[in-house]
Design a protein around this ligand. Structure first.
Ligand code: UD1
Ligand code: CA
Length: 474
């Protein structure tokens, strides 16, 4: 989703995100809000949406797996964590934010940590509607085909009167298709006092925040609703199945954006591109590709099938052939990688360079126009321009305790099946004979050769033949 331009900080808007619940239906040891939606923890989607509002403060209510959630989200500007223990309902959860927000006036936006499709624009609209109406509370509602599981909106004379939870609903109420999204705006002034009036006499013996609607009505405080058109935005994730479905929606949106910007996705349904990824026009992405994290891909590239790329920067006109894994690397324009190549972190492939099949690089710069085409490991190496790395070349960079560097200068030629035992340097334009174990530097322009000399034993095969017998060989 295209991020909206951030607003100037809004001094009288505060946000609370409820994220203390266990998420029982996930059947997971991981707190629900840390499960990934399209490559990013659910809570990060919600935090991003909330930050788009530029609120003065954000409080996250944590409980189940609190330490893990706090550690994962980390310390951030404007952000406070409060703990809810035990987790006995949404009203009780919100009350935990009172010590942080008490005494403040203005608007509180409340949302749950499990609504990753929610857009910032919707929250802005919510604040607008809430303020224009002069409401004490505004509830975001949606009309959905399958209301099962949600709280239902009961109206009297068109106005919201109450919210009834699924488990407390009569058969008639269950027929209502207008649901509570769990997203609200509140005027801070009457809120804390009213929350204390909520009781837990219901099917789950929990303190329901939704009871506030009825309480406000009886106190004569105006409650408004904002019914959103795109009901998908309000989708809460409760199960792994919903996780997959919502992830698909997020990916689909990203894919649509990329295609609109000139990227060809041969099969969007099997293309997995994180929201944070940037791709230039006329790049073609084949089926079964995953592009993740902070990855940037240039224009007119071809990413063939079954490739995974993460946190990598790729220039224009690069070809990544089938079955490559590329993480934390940089690939300059016109280079060609794969098939079956593994580029590990801090790999830097120069312009027009080629990396072929079954080649692994780690912390290695391969200079412009250089080639490592077959069956090779290059680690902790600095390789210049126009170098040819023969098939089966290995940098022996690790002595069991420490890593050592290999330097190969411009125009050098490394013969096939060479071991470069680091630390070692191959000078400019030098040659290394095939099958060498190079332990010492090779000066510029020299030939380094380090292997057993060949000797041929004439007539050996004849002499080794067993004495002939009458029996046939079997
Ligand atoms: C809630 C609403 C329901 C609405 C639905 C929308 C109530 C009583 N019901 O139901 O009307 O249709 O959301 O998705 O509010 N949480 C806590 N502490 C708790 C309980 C929950 O922090 O003690 C958090 C959860 O982590 C979650 C959010 O509050 O992020 C909603 O809780 P959940 O149990 O999913 O509520 P629903 O049953 O979905
Ligand atoms: Ca629930």
């Amino acid at each position: 989703m295209t991020p909206l331009r951030p607003l100037p900080s809004q001094p009288d808007v505060h946000a609370v995100i409820l994220a203390a619940g266990q998420g029982t239906r996930m059947k997971s040891r991981l707190p629900k809000v840390l499960h990934h939606v399209a490559g990013r923890p659910m809570i990060e989607h919600v935090l991003g949406t909330t930050l788009g509002l530029s609120p003065k403060s954000i409080v996250i209510v944590v409980g189940h797996g609190a330490d893990t959630v706090e550690r994962q989200v980390g310390n951030r500007d404007k952000l406070t964590f409060v703990r809810q223990e035990p987790q006995i309902g949404t009203a009780h959860a919100l009350r935990q934010a009172e010590p942080v927000l008490a005494g403040l006036s203005g608007t509180l936006v409340l949302l749950a940590g499990d609504v990753p499709l929610l857009a910032t624009a919707t929250l802005r609209r919510l604040i607008e509607v809430h303020r224009q109406a002069g409401a004490a509370a505004t509830v975001v509602t949606a009309i959905v085909d399958r209301p099962y599981g949600y709280g239902r909106i009961l109206r009297e004379d068109g106005r919201i009167a109450r919210i009834v939870e699924e488990r407390d609903a009569s058969a008639d109420v269950r027929q209502i298709h207008e649901i509570n999204s769990g997203i609200y705006a509140f005027d801070l002034d009457p809120l804390w006092d009213a929350l204390r009036a909520i009781a837990s006499q219901n099917a789950q013996s929990e303190y329901y925040l939704t009871d506030l609607v009825d309480i406000y009505r009886r106190r004569g405080l105006p409650v408004e609703t904002l019914t959103i058109e795109n009901a998908a935005e309000a989708r809460g994730i409760n199960s792994r199945s919903e996780l997959a479905e919502v992830s698909r929606i997020v990916r689909q949106t990203k894919n649509e954006e990329l295609m609109a910007a000139g990227v060809t996705l041969i099969d969007p349904a099997t293309t997995y591109i994180d929201e944070s990824v940037e791709i230039g026009a006329d790049t073609v992405i084949h089926p079964g590709v995953a592009i993740e994290g902070r990855t940037k891909i240039g224009s007119a590239c071809e990413i063939q099938g079954s490739v995974r790329i993460r946190d990598t920067e790729i220039g224009d006109r690069v070809t990544i052939r089938n079955f490559c894994l590329i993480v934390g690397a940089r690939v300059a324009e016109g280079a060609s990688i794969g098939p079956f190549a593994h580029l590990r972190p801090e790999t830097d492939i120069g312009e027009g360079a080629r990396v072929g099949n079954f080649v692994e690089l780690k912390k290695t710069a391969l200079g412009p126009g250089s080639k490592a085409n077959h069956l090779t490991y290059l680690g902790d190496a600095t390789i210049g321009a126009k170098v040819n790395i023969g098939a089966g070349t290995i940098t022996c960079n690790y002595d069991g305790a420490r890593k050592h560097p290999t330097v190969i200068e411009d125009g050098a030629f490394i013969g096939s099946d060479t071991q470069l035992i680091a630390p070692v340097r191959i000078g400019k334009g030098a040659y290394v004979g095939a099958g060498s174990s190079i332990t010492e530097d090779v000066p510029a322009g020299a030939l380094g050769i380090a292997r057993g000399r060949q000797s041929n034993v004439e007539g050996w095969a004849e002499r080794m033949k067993p004495p002939s017998t009458d029996r046939d060989e079997s």
